[in-house]
Design a protein around this ligand. Structure first.
Ligand code: 5AD
Ligand code: SF4
Length: 488
């Protein structure tokens, strides 16, 4: 049996991809393991969004050398966004890497290659067990046959997947399920891939390619399948989910959300990420219509609060338009929670423009926010704008903004005190408490029995910190009200 360890960096699209590949490998009889030292195959799913993410990858690859030296047949593969644009460099720099396949490479081709890797690993593992290969020679010979650049290797060979595996491969491309021991089952389903927006700071259109949507029928079938298999939380994923257009029927995101909401069962649906320029009233109305299924949460990336910087970023909305969209979301979806992404120190951002961002953050009062310093990325349009803000200035702006964001999160969280929230119990924490999540994506902690993991229950919020709410169970799971999970 071949054991596989996944190291996944980056966004939920990467989580979905790793989960899909993991379930494909399980279909081949592989098992997932919790640490590198137990693995025959290590798959690293990489993120290129900021330089820091890439640096983390390089130091991790350095750490893996030790495992490779101990286990000569160990294979280490790199997939995802860094693999997309630094393939040759990775192969040259890290000789012990067995294969590299980019995020935009054809998925079935990659899985066909991977199926072959598993067969080879089985042979090499057996040889090693019989003491034939203490030196690792077989590993090297086999690697030469297979080829380390997946695309190149596959173009020279004519491997095909058997029909059953082909079907599983197509499913794997759409994402997969995560269910760590003792936790609820979560499904991550890609509804679109790639991105056509070309925000000037962002490398994603270059690493993941042009935008494409999966057919609505396939997505609905996939969600139904995951729900029947026990998934309690479904996350629909795309770089820009609300530009979804079914390739067969041309229906848009609102229709997809409604179709998913109509699937019978007890589960919650989230989606990441919408683009403010594409948020339309019909999407929000569907959210408001199915509150028991569609979470009252919207991740709504601001990026900057200055209209001039937004234009330089090619975000195609102004500060005022963003704020109007926020008003619309709050007006149509009662009790909705909002989170966001913000970048500070974009090339040319003046101190006054930064203060505008700070001001918008204060005005909106986000429940949660991710904030980043601008990182200059090769291939992007902003690359040629230089990196005009000094690291010290960027750090100061980030610290200042984060203080505002923390205060905003605390203030929004405190509004829940004394209110009842419907929550989904995710797991028991190490200190014996139950950890749940609200429809608005707030972490909620309270005392309760471990048997409640995976159920929806009502909790009265008694305390609120900036990163979690604390409360008490008020309704036994057998008497769950059909009420949705908003603050009462
Ligand atoms: N530098 C800093 N942050 C970035 N993001 C994307 N590209 C960059 C970059 N070059 C942020 C954006 C995006 C989030 C996923 O990462 O805020 O929404
Ligand atoms: Fe990047 Fe912009 Fe596309 Fe998001 S919408 S993935 S930030 S290019």
């Amino acid at each position: 049996m071949i054991s596989v360890f996944f190291k996944t960096y980056g966004c939920q699209a990467n989580v979905a991809d790793s989960a899909g590949i993991a379930s494909f490998l399980e279909g081949l009889g592989c098992v997932q393991v919790e640490s590198e030292g137990l693995a025959d195959l290590i798959i690293i799913n990489t993120c290129a969004i900021r330089e820091k993410a890439e640096q983390k990858l390089y130091s991790y690859l350095g750490e893996l050398l030790e495992f490779k030296e101990k286990l000569p047949y160990l294979k280490i593969g790199i997939i995802g966004c860094v693999a997309s644009y630094r393939k040759d460099e990775m192969l040259k720099r890290f000789e012990y890497i067995s294969f590299v396949s980019g995020a935009r490479d054809e998925r079935t081709t990659f899985l066909t290659y991977l199926a072959d890797v598993i067969v080879q690993l089985q042979t090499e593992k057996q040889l090693f067990a019989h003491n034939f290969d203490r030196t690792g020679d077989v590993t090297l010979t086999q690697l030469a046959i297979l080829g380390r650049d997946v695309k190149l290797a596959m173009s020279k060979r004519s491997l095909v997947l058997p029909a059953r595996l082909l079907k599983e491969g197509a499913q794997a491309a759409m994402g997969g399920t995560l269910a760590p021991e003792g936790e609820i089952k979560r499904a991550f389903i890609n509804i679109t891939t790639g991105c056509n927006n070309y925000c000037t700071f962002c490398i994603v259109p270059f690493t993941r390619g042009r935008e494409a949507s999966y057919p609505l029928e396939d997505i609905v079938m996939r969600v139904s399948h995951e729900v029947v298999a026990g998934a309690k939380e479904i996350t629909l994923i795309g770089q820009n989910v609300n530009s979804y257009t079914c390739p067969q029927t041309a229906v848009r995101f609102a229709a997809l959300l409604e179709a998913v909401a109509l699937i019978p069962g007890s589960f919650w649906v989230r989606y990441v990420s919408p683009h403010p320029k594409d948020m339309t009233r019909d999407v929000l109305e569907v959210m408001a219509k199915y509150p028991d299924k569609l979470c009252a949460w919207c991740h709504f990336p601001l990026q900057s609060g200055s209209s001039r910087v937004l234009e330089l970023m090619n975000r195609t909305y102004t500060k005022e338009e963003y704020l109007r969209q926020v008003d619309l979301i709050r007006a149509v979806v009662p009790g909705v929670a909002l989170s966001t992404d913000i970048i500070v120190g974009f090339p040319g951002e003046t101190h006054e423009e930064f203060l505008e961002t700070r001001d918008v953050a204060q005005q909106v009062g986000f429940d949660m926010a991710y904030s980043f310093v601008y990182s200059r990325r090769k291939y992007t349009k902003a690359f040629s704008m230089g990196d005009t803000c000094s690291p010290e200035e960027k750090a100061a702006r980030l610290a200042d903004l984060q203080e505002v964001l923390r205060a905003g999160s605390l203030a929004t969280a405190q509004r829940y005190i004394g209110k009842n929230l419907r929550v989904l119990v995710e797991k028991r924490t190490t200190n014996g408490k139950l950890l749940a999540r609200s429809s608005g994506n707030h972490r909620v902690v309270f005392d309760g029995d471990g048997s409640l993991v995976g159920t929806f229950i009502e909790v009265c919020i008694t305390e609120a910190g900036q990163s979690e709410l604390r409360g008490e169970i008020i309704v036994a799971p057998t008497a769950i009200s059909k009420e949705h999970g908003r603050a009462a």
